[in-house]
Design a protein around this ligand. Structure first.
Ligand SMILES: *Cc1c(COP(=O)(O)O)cnc(C)c1O
Length: 408
């Protein structure tokens, strides 16, 4: 049990001032203007976001706009079906806009306001981050430019409509493969030009410093609430905590409050349809150390060292790198990173829908699938807390077309 003692001062030790988590993280940019922009960003975050005024205003937003705290719920019927393990879910699907992403978007928007900025810039792939950020921009009365590949714009019509309704400009990116990677490049270029009036808002706990630190801090509300609610309901800590890992924001926010507790932390990566490069996005399970998008971490690279193509049936999980703090926690052995397949995730989605009346996002279903697997294997009573990062409404058409209704 002593291994948890090493983590008593964890939050003071990591990251260091340059944004390093051990050897991971940092700022790998070669453009002097962008370096200047990120330096200003980090300074702003380190001063403004620690002030009591900022913290009080963010607390007010969490409660009155987002609808926090979200509940932690004991899945009694699901647990009974599986055996002796008790499964609990932290319901980020009930956070305003239906997922955890708004937790950091509201923090980023508030920081923009305190820094005197008038515009929020970001890229989006499936559109989830774009919708969350457009929501924040509407709340703060700011402009919002969302860069999106032309291919994704065609695929994600409902989210494009949402962003426009919320007042954001959706800017089509028409070079290269016209998807997320090009959208990231376009958003960086825009930020470089406009950083005096705008801030760039990343969608996960990755990117150059201060993003991994800042997004972790804004997402920590998930784990803080869940830990308190779990103890209040059961009188003890959970044995295990499971979260899905794409870039790593909902998981790091869930894990950090448990970091010094005798609790097993499990990050669940998308195993997709197989172990071949291009068939999954299980970065820590299969990847190697490397720099991409301005930070050092573990990544999935092709033979030439470029980010590899990735695949998952959960579009929010298909990212070829991972937040640097996860790379370090993997090295330290504090978090156990595992993967589940497309199919296992969908089975979990069907089970939670049928037995508990909650339709989870396919991303979140990955975390749940691993908990279900453990519950079937472990022949003793234990408890698992699962972060339900979002709701499944956005996935319904896809699920029904590819997997049907899960009749059993
Ligand atoms: C984006 C998304 C994720 C993955 O992102 P992380 O940064 O790894 O948390 C997971 N679940 C949902 C519902 C999402 O929208």
């Amino acid at each position: 049990m002593n291994k948890y003692r090493d983590f008593d001062n964890y939050l003071k030790e990591y990251p260091n001032e340059e944004g390093y988590f051990g050897k991971y993280g940092g700022t790998y940019l070669d453009d002097p203007e962008l370096i200047k922009a990120f330096k200003e960003y980090a300074d702003g975050y380190n001063t403004i976001a620690q002030s009591s005024r900022f913290i009080a205003e963010l607390r007010h937003i969490r409660k009155n706009f987002q609808g926090r705290p979200t509940p932690t719920y004991h899945c009694q019927r699901l647990s009974d079906k599986l055996g002796m393990t008790q499964i609990y879910v932290k319901r980020e699907d009930l956070n305003h806009t239906g997922a955890h992403k708004l937790n950091h978007c509201m923090g980023e928007g508030l920081l923009a306001k305190y820094m005197g900025k008038k515009k929020l810039i970001a890229e989006t792939g499936a559109g989830q981050h774009g919708v969350a950020l457009a929501t924040a921009a509407a709340y703060f009365g700011m402009e919002c430019d969302i860069y999106m590949g032309e291919v994704d714009i065609k695929k994600q019509a409902p989210n494009v409509a949402r962003m426009k309704l919320l007042g954001a400009r959706v800017i089509p990116v028409s070079f290269g493969a016209k998807t997320l990677k090009e959208a990231v490049d376009a958003a960086f270029m825009a930020y470089r030009k406009e950083y005096k009036d705008a801030i760039y808002c990343i969608g996960t706990a990755a990117g150059p410093h201060p993003f991994p630190l800042m997004v972790r801090d804004f997402q920590k509300v998930v784990g803080d609430e869940a830990r308190e609610q779990f103890i209040e309901q059961t009188g003890h800590l959970p044995d295990k905590v499971c979260s899905a890992v794409g870039g790593g924001s909902n998981s790091i926010g869930t894990f950090i409050p448990f970091i010094a507790d005798p609790v097993e932390l499990i990050g669940v990566e998308p195993g997709g349809r197989g172990d071949k490069l291009g068939d999954h996005a299980a970065t820590i399970c299969h990847g190697e150390e490397g720099v991409m998008h301005g930070f050092n971490s573990i990544m999935l690279a092709d033979e030439s060292g470029e980010p590899a193509p990735v695949y998952s049936n959960a579009s929010g999980l298909d990212y070829p790198s991972v937040g640097p703090e996860h790379a370090m926690l993997n090295d330290k052995g504090r978090v156990n990173y595992v993967k589940v397949s497309d199919k296992e995730a969908i089975e979990a989605l069907f089970m939670l829908s049928r037995y508990e009346g909650i339709i989870p996002a396919i991303e979140s279903s990955h975390a749940l699938a691993y908990a279900i697997k453990l519950a079937r294997e472990v022949g003793k009573p234990e408890s698992i807390l699962v972060t339900l990062s979002g709701r499944g409404d956005k996935d319904l058409d896809y699920v029904i077309e590819h997997y049907g209704y899960g009749t059993k």
